[in-house]
Design a protein around this ligand. Structure first.
Ligand SMILES: [Fe+2]
Length: 241
């Protein structure tokens, strides 16, 4: 079986719109493990406008999950957040309320789907100037980036940013245009991970097998391994990618 690293998930119960109860959280973890995931970064939304500061509730859920996960000795859990970019959010990163990915320089950052390309550039510039390296979550959702040629390479070069694509987009969850952009984006080396962004055990489940098989067939096993294992693990280890 292939082993996966899942950089983006909403498994911690009671912290956001992912798992709500501990039973849901445990079921999601069991499913992820059964599907071959061996490294999972827990990334609750950090968006104080929609959810109150969930720093403490995330800590409590993480402790429970870590205890439950002792039955899987070859599974590693990591802490993180998915930051909805704002200047308040940037402050929260700097004072530690919002977490980087496993305490590294890498920050998982998302935007509203209606964000402009100018706003994306300014946010990435700001993160870079504060010493962070941005991993832009589900890049295929941002319509303003769709038609700009070589946009991802340009943002990667200027701001040292990288990008991830959601597995479910490859099967149409965000529509035909998002899928088309995701497939185009996946030809760029600036895309460094395909993730579950799991919110439950049914829709957007923590199961990367189908997406891995799809990419392996389309782009080869070596590229699939880069996107589902090597690059996301390097991020969690704060290595250059
Ligand atoms: Fe997410």
């Amino acid at each position: 079986m292939n082993e996966f690293v899942d950089l983006h998930s909403h498994i911690l119960s009671g912290t956001d719109d992912g798992a709500q109860r501990d039973e849901d959280m445990f079921a999601m973890l069991d499913l992820a493990y059964a599907c071959g995931t061996r490294h999972i970064c827990l990334t609750p939304h950090f968006d104080p406008y929609h959810w109150p500061d969930n720093h403490l509730s995330a800590d409590q859920a993480f402790e429970k999950l870590a205890e439950y996960a002792t039955k899987y000795p070859d599974l590693t859990l990591y802490r993180g957040n998915e930051l909805l970019f704002s200047y308040d959010g940037l402050e929260a990163l700097r004072d530690g309320r919002c977490r980087t990915l496993n305490g590294t320089h890498y920050v998982l950052v998302e935007f509203s789907p209606r964000v402009s390309d100018f706003e994306v550039s300014s946010a990435l510039n700001r993160l870079r100037s504060c010493g962070y390296r941005a991993i832009v979550a589900h890049v295929e959702r941002y319509k303003s980036l769709f038609d700009r040629r070589d946009c991802l390479e340009e943002l990667a070069e200027k701001y040292d940013a990288r990008f991830q694509v959601n597995a479910s987009t490859l099967f149409g969850e965000w529509g035909r245009k998002a899928k088309k952009f995701a497939l185009k984006a996946l030809r760029s080396s600036a895309v460094v991970a395909v993730v579950s962004d799991a919110h439950g055990t049914k829709k957007r489940a923590p199961d990367l097998r189908k997406a891995y098989a799809y990419i392996a067939k389309k782009r080869g096993v070596r590229e699939a391994k880069r996107l589902f294992y090597d690059a996301p693990l390097a991020i969690l280890q704060d290595k250059n990618i």
